[in-house]
Design a protein around this ligand. Structure first.
Ligand SMILES: NC(=O)c1ccc[n+]([C@@H]2O[C@H](COP(=O)([O-])OP(=O)(O)OC[C@H]3O[C@@H](n4cnc5c(N)ncnc54)[C@H](OP(=O)(O)O)[C@@H]3O)[C@@H](O)[C@H]2O)c1
Length: 175
């Protein structure tokens, strides 16, 4: 999971670990290692190992991956995904470019799946929400969530943009 310390990354780690996967979390925040392990990551790696330009293919490290970062990170993840593995891409925290090659697709049969939640059809949403009801540990969700009031939002903007806010931030509009 790339962008592991973010809101989506935190939820994905909790889900994948509950489903029995051995989750590796890529983060720029080593200080959040205990948090990521609590969510279910068995290994935490420095995101700089994925964020620089890399080779078209590399050692096969990942059975599958979920990427919230894009750019060189996604290209490197694809290059390191094992034969017939799959990568789901839904974010662009590093950038919207994809500076890689077709080799992972044509030599290793890797699948790149695009994820869009905004226009997801209702039946897909219902299926996803049903899976969240059964597959998401609510204790972990609570530990990955901070609730703020409207008045807190201006003060949170800078830390969010600097990548200093971990997990999800839920705005309680009545607070
Ligand atoms: N496709 C969709 O439907 C959909 C839905 C929701 C969100 N998104 C997108 O998915 C991404 C993640 O959303 P989110 O809500 O989880 O955001 P978030 O809470 O801000 O998390 C993003 C994480 O990405 C990492 N990151 C930030 N800047 C980076 C950089 N320059 N290079 C590498 N990693 C960086 C950080 O994790 P670490 O500190 O752990 O490194 C950060 O916590 C965003 O780009 C968002 O726009 C897409």
């Amino acid at each position: 999971m790339t962008g592991a310390g973010g809101g989506s990354g935190s939820v994905a780690i909790a889900l994948l670990s509950k489903l029995g996967y051995r989750v590796v979390a890529s983060t720029g925040r080593a200080e959040e290692t205990a948090y990521l392990r609590d969510l279910g990551a068995v290994e935490v790696i420095d995101r700089r190992t994925l964020s620089e330009p890399g080779a078209p293919t590399g050692n096969e490290r990942w059975a599958g991956a979920i990427d919230s970062v894009g750019s060189h990170t996604l290209a490197n993840v694809l290059a390191q995904t094992r034969y017939r593995g799959a990568v789901a891409a839904f974010g662009l925290a590093q950038g919207m470019d994809l500076p890689g090659s077709v080799l992972p697709f044509i030599l290793r049969n890797v699948t790149l799946a695009g994820i869009d939640s905004v226009n997801a059809p209702q039946d897909v949403r219902l299926a996803a929400w049903s899976r969240l009801a059964t597959d998401l540990d609510l204790g972990k969700l609570a530990r990955a969530t901070q609730v703020v009031g409207l008045a807190d939002v201006p003060g949170l903007a800078e830390p969010v943009l600097r990548g200093q806010v971990r997990g999800r931030t839920v705005m309680d509009v009545s607070a």
